[in-house]
Design a protein around this ligand. Structure first.
Ligand SMILES: NC(=O)c1ccc[n+]([C@@H]2O[C@H](COP(=O)([O-])OP(=O)(O)OC[C@H]3O[C@@H](n4cnc5c(N)ncnc54)[C@H](OP(=O)(O)O)[C@@H]3O)[C@@H](O)[C@H]2O)c1
Length: 298
């Protein structure tokens, strides 16, 4: 006897839910967590420095605000110098910390070299947040290749280079933390997001592999993988209708940054903020949505 449509739908629903449950179970079993508590040093009399790239808006600005509130002196990096200077003034006035501004385009080798050189000579760098980034919405073949190269340089090369500059000092002091701001896009392979997903996946693999070298060193690394977050990010994208997405999918930068800083202490190496984003990331790992999106979004 042939299957009715209702039976077939029920079967597919069952297979889908079983797949999701399996993915969640595998995800949990693969979760890497650094062992032992990581504590902010809070040395009396010794100021600790946090460097944040992309601190002129959005998630980076929020990291700068939270770290200043924890009494970190700051090094803020981005291209819009005026914005950085006004953030610096505000945080100095509000929290009594000292803030250094480095205007730099991190897609340019000379600027990257300058920021890396600054980090290398610091003897009190506690936190590095590699956050600067941007998105694209075009199909890869139609896009400007220079923009794609800039994306690889900014997301992958700059994060790797600044991490390399920061690590020796942190290792010598047996203390430090590096957060690489990735994305839930790292778990997907979606059309019009080719190089964004690829560079964010690089950050996840880079961070996880680096973690395995750093076990027991006192230095923590985290790949922070936000989903849709209210910042300036989407207003810079061509053909992106932000109000086409339901509010339930969005978080604000405050929630993302608070979660990330807490996860640093608890030791998540890949940290996805928000229950819905965690679920979406697991779905991404199954590949189901990629297959559907490859058909409907092309
Ligand atoms: N918002 C989201 O939904 C979302 C989701 C997942 C992941 N993320 C990631 O979160 C990070 C922060 O993005 P956001 O959402 O906060 O967006 P945003 O508000 O647009 O902030 C991006 C920051 O990166 C800086 N930046 C961009 N290009 C740069 C360059 N060439 N050199 C130096 N700095 C540069 C920008 O500063 P200047 O323009 O002043 O240089 C700005 O401070 C990015 O890595 C992004 O991929 C965002």
């Amino acid at each position: 006897m042939g299957m009715t449509t209702r039976n077939r739908d029920g079967l597919w629903l069952g297979v889908g839910l079983a797949g999701i449950a399996l993915a969640l179970a595998i995800g949990q079993s693969q979760k890497r967590r650094a062992r032992g508590a990581w504590e902010w040093s809070g040395n009396a009399g010794q100021s600790n420095v946090a460097c944040v790239t992309g601190a002129s808006s959005g998630i980076g600005l929020c990291f700068a605000q939270k770290l200043a509130a924890r009494k970190h002196d700051l090094i803020l990096v981005a291209r819009r110098e005026e914005r950085l200077r006004s953030v610096a003034q505000e945080l100095q006035d509000k929290h009594g910390v000292s803030v250094e501004v480095i205007a730099a385009d991190l897609t340019k080798t000379a600027d990257l070299e300058r920021v890396a050189a600054r980090l290398e000579v610091l003897d009190n760098l506690e936190v590095l947040i590699n956050n600067a980034g941007f998105g694209v919405t075009e199909r890869f073949a139609n896009s400007d290749v220079d923009k794609q190269i800039d994306m690889v340089t900014l997301h992958a090369t700059a994060s790797m280079w600044l991490t390399h500059a920061a690590l020796p000092g942190m290792l010598a002091r047996h203390h430090g933390a590096i957060i690489n701001v990735s994305s839930v896009a790292a778990f997907f392979t979606l059309p019009r997001n080719v190089n964004y997903s690829a560079t964010k996946a690089y950050l996840n693999v880079f961070t996880t592999a680096l973690h395995s070298e750093l076990i027991g060193s006192g230095v923590r690394v985290q790949a922070l993988c936000p989903g849709f977050t209210h910042t300036e990010f989407h207003s810079k994208l061509e053909n992106f209708r932000k109000n086409g997405l339901p509010e339930v999918l969005w978080m604000n930068a405050d929630q993302v940054v608070n979660g990330s800083l807490d996860a640093l202490e608890s030791g998540d190496v890949i940290y996805v903020p928000g229950a819905l984003n965690k679920f979406i990331a697991q779905l991404g790992r199954t590949g189901i949505l990629n297959t559907i999106a490859a058909r409907v979004m092309r």
